[in-house]
Write a protein of this length. Structure first.
Length: 286
């Protein structure tokens, strides 16, 4: 009966695990709904802001706005990585970390002095384990990022870029396409590359002039790109976690079916053996 008791203990353990993963799946589903609402609310503003900046941009403005400066050769760059503070989200963090490693290797292979800035415990833990120096480590950005969070991340880098201390800033985060599709994305955040000339279908009446508007809008534009990346990253994390926990729950259910069949076979064999012993004992008494 020892075999049946052992299978029974395993069944109980898998049932407890399935209950935990199912609960985490439900929690992630609830958080995903709120996160996707923030994504869908942020995207129209981001698109309109991009449209306005592209419309106001024209060649030669690099001499007016340092944030548009395009160096002939990139010698110093910063890579800003956004990861999650928690795990159990499938390959979500691993994919972002892999993209970051590849980007750092690419930059350093070209002779660029690349520094790493990380927001998220998982990214920090990985690169700390590998002995990678990090110029910034942030773990205080939660599931509901704010515009202030975005400004605190990009503000110092933007100031250094405008001062000529950096030649490029890259942002690595997840693109939220759906709960099942959250691929990592690498973007050149600075210098801003809105495209040459306006392509907007809108006609603007400007007051004050375009130069004065751009002076105020360009920093806001960069900050909003980071904010949109933060909310998309948060939604992608919850989508990846929900998928991972659903897969774990389904796998636990399949394992329970196999263990239940094993238990029934072990119990049936034990009962058969006991019946045989009783019959054998009765025959011996005769």
């Amino acid at each position: 009966m020892a075999g049946a008791r052992e299978v029974k203990r395993r069944i109980k353990s898998v049932e407890n695990t399935r209950q935990i993963t199912r609960t985490m799946e439900l929690v992630a589903t609830s958080k995903l709904k709120r996160a996707t609402d923030r994504v869908y609310a942020a995207r129209p503003y981001a698109a309109a802001l991009d449209d306005v900046v592209r419309s106001l941009h024209s060649p030669g403005l690099e001499e007016v706005f340092p944030i548009l400066r395009r160096p002939e050769r990139v010698e110093r760059a910063a890579v800003l990585l956004l990861t999650a503070n928690r795990g159990l989200a499938g390959a979500f963090n691993a994919n972002l970390i892999r993209e970051t490693r590849e980007k750092l290797e690419e930059l350093r292979g070209d002779g660029v002095a690349a520094e790493l800035h990380v927001a998220g415990r998982k990214g920090i833990a990985y690169f700390r384990f590998r002995g990678e120096a990090m110029a910034m480590q942030r773990t205080d950005i939660g599931d509901s990022p704010t515009v202030e969070d975005a400004e605190s991340l990009i503000g110092p880098l933007r100031d250094r870029f405008e001062a000529g201390e950096l030649d490029a800033v890259y942002l690595i985060s997840s693109e939220f396409r759906s709960a099942m599709s959250t691929p990592p994305r690498v973007r050149e955040l600075l210098p801003i590359r809105p495209g040459e000339g306006g392509t907007s279908v809108y006609q603007f009446i400007l007051s004050p002039g375009g130069i004065h508007i751009l002076e105020k809008m360009l920093p806001i534009y960069v900050r909003n790109v980071v904010y949109t990346a933060l909310v998309e990253n948060a939604a992608a994390e919850q989508g990846a976690r929900r998928t991972a926990m659903k897969n774990a729950t389904d796998s636990a259910g399949d394992m329970l079916e196999r263990l239940t069949r094993s238990y029934n076979r072990a119990r049936q064999a034990q009962i058969t053996q006991e019946i045989a012993e009783i019959v054998g004992g009765a025959a011996g008494l005769e």
